[in-house]
Design a protein around this ligand. Structure first.
Ligand code: 5GP
Ligand code: ZN
Length: 143
């Protein structure tokens, strides 16, 4: 636990949180400054700054809660869909250094965009460059 981390405080019950789900290794609670009704965060119980810092067990627990809760949240707020994702690192917009996945309910005509807009404009990469990246990621341990 990190003493100055708000999400550790919520998991520990030391900071008020609107907890909407939990399992052995992950907790879900409503975002305090929601982008939409039902905006929910899912975090590992342990303080892990980045996605890669969490264990496979913790990541599995986080994803299990996302799988369970996303449809329940959509139904609760009568949404038409949801954007599910996480900002991994400050460059990507991560503000709270305890990794967390967002479920943001989406509504027809809400004016938002797809997750692609978070990355700005498309990267202009040739087939050869895509092949090279795929080969390098695989060589670094990807399947
Ligand atoms: P990030 O930009 O790090 O991906 O998103 C952080 C999110 O955490 C924001 O949507 C923000 O509203 C939310 N947040 C920050 N502090 C608190 C807090 O103390 N409690 C809750 N429930 N949400 C918080
Ligand atoms: Zn924390």
């Amino acid at each position: 636990m990190s003493t100055d981390c708000p999400f550790c405080g919520i998991v520990a019950g030391e900071i008020p949180g609107r907890i909407v789900g939990e399992n052995d290794h992950a907790v879900a609670f409503l975002d305090a400054n929601p982008m939409a009704p039902g905006h929910t965060l899912v975090v590992p119980r342990e303080h892990r700054e980045r996605l890669a810092d969490a264990t496979e067990t913790e990541v599995t627990a986080v994803f299990s809660l996302l799988h369970e809760l996303a449809p329940e949240i959509e139904t609760t707020v009568d949404a038409d869909g949801a954007t599910v994702g996480l900002n991994d690192g400050s460059t990507a917009g991560q503000e709270v250094p305890h990794t967390h996945a967002h479920v943001i309910p989406r509504f027809d005509g809400d004016g938002g965009g797809s997750i692609h807009v978070a990355a700005g404009s498309p990267a202009d990469l040739s087939d050869a460059e895509l092949d090279e990246i795929a080969d390098e990621v695989t060589a670094d341990g990807g399947d």
